[in-house]
Design a protein around this ligand. Structure first.
Ligand code: BDR
Ligand code: CA
Length: 320
């Protein structure tokens, strides 16, 4: 079977970095490129972090294109309370020698989609600014997008406000463009990502394995857990962004429901909320535009992460 072509738009980010590892290790996905966006930190920092992950894995042939730092309507508000000053605090990786390509993220996405013989899947695990601008600028390319696998939103939960999840809260206008584009959305919101945990007692699985990839993940988890097992009171670290990648590799890990998904822009206290209509189909005002994921087989999901690290380690040692 041929590999599914994907572009990953991200803001690494601890969980973004682990999502990248799974994608890079996978035999099912053909990562055509990584585009970076401002979110967890400014785009200059998230780009450095993406380049660092590529260098660590030895997959330096994969292009990185720099995207927008600021959301469409406002200045960026970074998440250094969760991801630290660098956007990926914890691991000590050397400054990357590789550089991003000349094209902007939006130009890069357009070029890859235009030149691809097959439809391309977009993975959107940061704020939706780049993808929103791409969709507005290139309507003629919509039909060449297979689907958009998203980390964002949630049916019952928010994290930046009571009802708004970070990626949507950061750029709700762009998120609305994505949801209203007519391209099928696969939505991994907080309902599922807060179940997709690596539990504190499982961190040692990574620390006890030899090799730079396992140690990188262990360092990421140690830092990321300060916020999540501290003030957010979870049992471990939620692998938010990995859900949007893992579902493309093995959909049997997840369960969800078809729905109408939209974004609230004007609410006085609900701006950035993801509105998911799950009423009986005949009562929904428009056609369903996506599938909302609610559940994950956590054990098998964790196995996929471990197996991905193992594959990358063995590629690295074979290359030596
Ligand atoms: C999302 O926000 C970011 O901090 C994470 O990387 C993830 O994409 C979770 O709300
Ligand atoms: Ca992210």
């Amino acid at each position: 079977m041929s590999k599914r072509p994907v572009i990953i738009d991200c803001d690494p980010g601890h969980d973004d970095a682990i999502a990248l590892l799974i994608a890079l290790a996978s035999d099912e996905l053909d990562v055509k490129g990584i585009t970076t966006v401002g979110g967890n930190n400014k785009v200059e920092k998230t780009t450095i972090n993406a380049l660092k992950v590529l260098e660590l894995t030895g997959m330096t042939h994969i292009p990185v294109a720099v995207g927008r730092s600021n959301p469409l309507m406002k200045e960026i508000r970074v998440a250094d309370d969760v991801h630290g000053e660098s956007g990926m605090d914890g691991p000590e990786l050397k400054e990357p020698a590789i550089k991003p390509v000349e094209l902007s993220a939006v130009e890069f996405i357009a070029k890859v989609v235009e030149e691809s013989e097959e439809k391309v899947t977009l993975v959107a695990v940061g704020p939706f600014t780049n993808i929103g601008v791409f969709l507005l600028s290139y309507p003629q390319l919509h039909e060449k997008i297979e689907c958009i696998s998203v980390m964002g939103g949630g049916y019952l939960e928010g994290n930046r406000t009571a009802v708004a999840e970070f990626n949507i809260w950061q750029d709700p206008e762009a998120a609305r463009v994505v949801m209203r584009s007519g391209i099928p959305v696969l939505l991994h919101g907080l309902d599922v990502t807060h179940k997709a945990l690596i539990k504190k007692e499982e961190f040692s699985i990574f620390r006890n394995e030899k090799g730079p990839i396992f140690q990188f993940v262990a360092d990421l988890l140690d830092f990321y857990s300060i916020c999540y097992t501290g003030e957010r009171k979870l049992e471990g670290c939620p692998m938010h962004d990995s859900c949007a990648v893992a579902n493309l590799i093995d959909p049997t890990l997840f369960k969800g429901e078809s729905a109408v998904i939209d974004i609230e822009l004007d609410g006085e206290i609900t701006r950035g909320a993801c509105i998911i209509d799950l009423r009986p189909k005949e009562r929904r005002p428009v056609e369903d535009n996506g599938k909302v994921i609610f559940d994950v087989d956590r054990k098998r999901f964790l196995d996929l992460i471990i197996e991905s690290c193992r594959k990358l380690e063995s590629r690295l040692s074979n290359a030596q």
